[in-house]
Design a binder for this molecule. Structure first.
Ligand code: HEC
Length: 313
């Protein structure tokens, strides 16, 4: 026992033994009540309870033979003059397989409007296994008057889905979005970035690099993947000291914006036998990450970091 405790008379100590845990429990209860909404979100985010989906940065390691159908549903809350529709009613995917789908949004009014998407999946028991890699629903989104865009969503269903007894008889998962007028329009991103004619955004590319490439690549050191400074214009498979797959080493390619785009869309289709296990399915993300790689190659390290940080994204 600590010294303070040993000097106390035994009856007081007994009271304290009862009181301290009581205060602790009371404190915890007040805490729980005060933070209930946040806790609920954390809990739901972590467990998928209530049909919340998971946000992930990496791909699934395995692709299963089993398939599931994913159906899409879209709603617009009253007071938001937008049209909003999935471009496909449903898709059938292998568990673990990344899939790219599109939703169209159009602002029917004469003013710029910021909206926010809420979403859920049914049945609720599938939420835990529904992983989104890219989604407009991560941000507050702005559309200029009468502008129309196709918004990419990249997702996969975790192969563990098939092992969960609750999902044994589930063959269709419905992903449902509702768009509402934003209550916090100041933090919005412009949906125009998804347009094909949008200017490449290296600042966004930098974010993607941090989220999806950095685990294996840095600019100046070989890690799981080769270092990437000056990769635009460099011969493929040519960094000294990095152990490439024979496929990439023998590919006789020079990395241009165009073939980097094909590489990132699917390394193993572009260079059969290549060992990079990551794919970036949506074109705007590839465009921006390539713009970032190009910018880092053109400028000294410090400047590139600086101007990337100042971007609108
Ligand atoms: C899980 C690890 C991993 C991640 C994440 C990853 N890569 Fe790679 N990358 C590799 C490996 C391994 C190679 C070498 C492939 C080979 O030798 O076949 C590679 C090679 C490359 C090359 C060819 C470089 C050269 O010298 O020829 C480019 C370009 C590249 N990666 C870009 C990216 C970008 C951009 C991202 C993020 C969107 C990314 N990679 C994410 C592992 C990864």
């Amino acid at each position: 026992m600590p010294s303070a405790g040993t000097k106390m008379n035994p009856r007081h100590r007994k009271n304290l033994n009862v009181l301290l845990p009581t205060f602790a429990v009371l404190g915890l209860m007040f805490g729980l009540v005060a933070y209930a909404p946040q806790l609920y979100r954390i809990f739901c985010g972590a467990t998928g309870y209530g049909g919340t989906t998971q946000r992930v940065l990496t791909d699934s390691a395995t692709i299963s033979d089993k398939t599931v159908t994913v159906a899409f549903d879209s709603n617009v809350a009253p007071g938001l003059p937008w049209r909003f529709e999935p471009e496909q009613r449903e898709v059938t995917v292998h568990l673990g397989e990344q899939k790219l789908v599109y939703f169209t949004a159009e602002n029917l009014s004469n003013e710029s409007i910021v909206a926010h998407a809420t979403f859920n999946v049914t049945p609720e028991t599938s939420g835990l296994y529904f992983n989104k890699i890219q989604c407009f629903c991560f941000n507050e989104e702005r559309l200029d008057p009468h502008q129309k865009v196709e918004m990419p969503v990249v997702f996969y269903v975790d192969p563990e889905f098939a092992k969960d007894p609750d999902n044994q008889h589930v063959d269709t998962i419905t992903l449902s979005y509702t768009l509402l007028r934003s209550v916090d329009p100041s933090q919005s991103k412009n949906l125009a970035r998804f347009r094909k004619d949008a200017t490449p955004d290296p600042a966004h590319g930098k974010e993607i690099f941090a989220e999806r490439c950095n685990a294996c690549h840095t600019m100046d050191t070989n890690r799981t993947g080769p270092m990437l400074r000056d990769v635009v214009g460099r011969a493929a498979g040519s960094v000294a000291g990095y152990h490439y797959s024979p496929a990439l080493e023998g590919a006789h390619l020079t990395w241009s914006e165009d073939n980097l785009d094909r590489w990132l869309r699917s390394p193993k289709d572009f260079v059969p036998g290549a060992r990079m296990p990551v794919r970036v399915l949506d074109a705007p993300s590839r465009r921006d990450v390539i713009a970032y790689l190009k910018q880092v190659g053109e400028a000294p390290a410090d400047t590139a970091q600086h101007s990337a940080a100042r971007g609108e994204y």
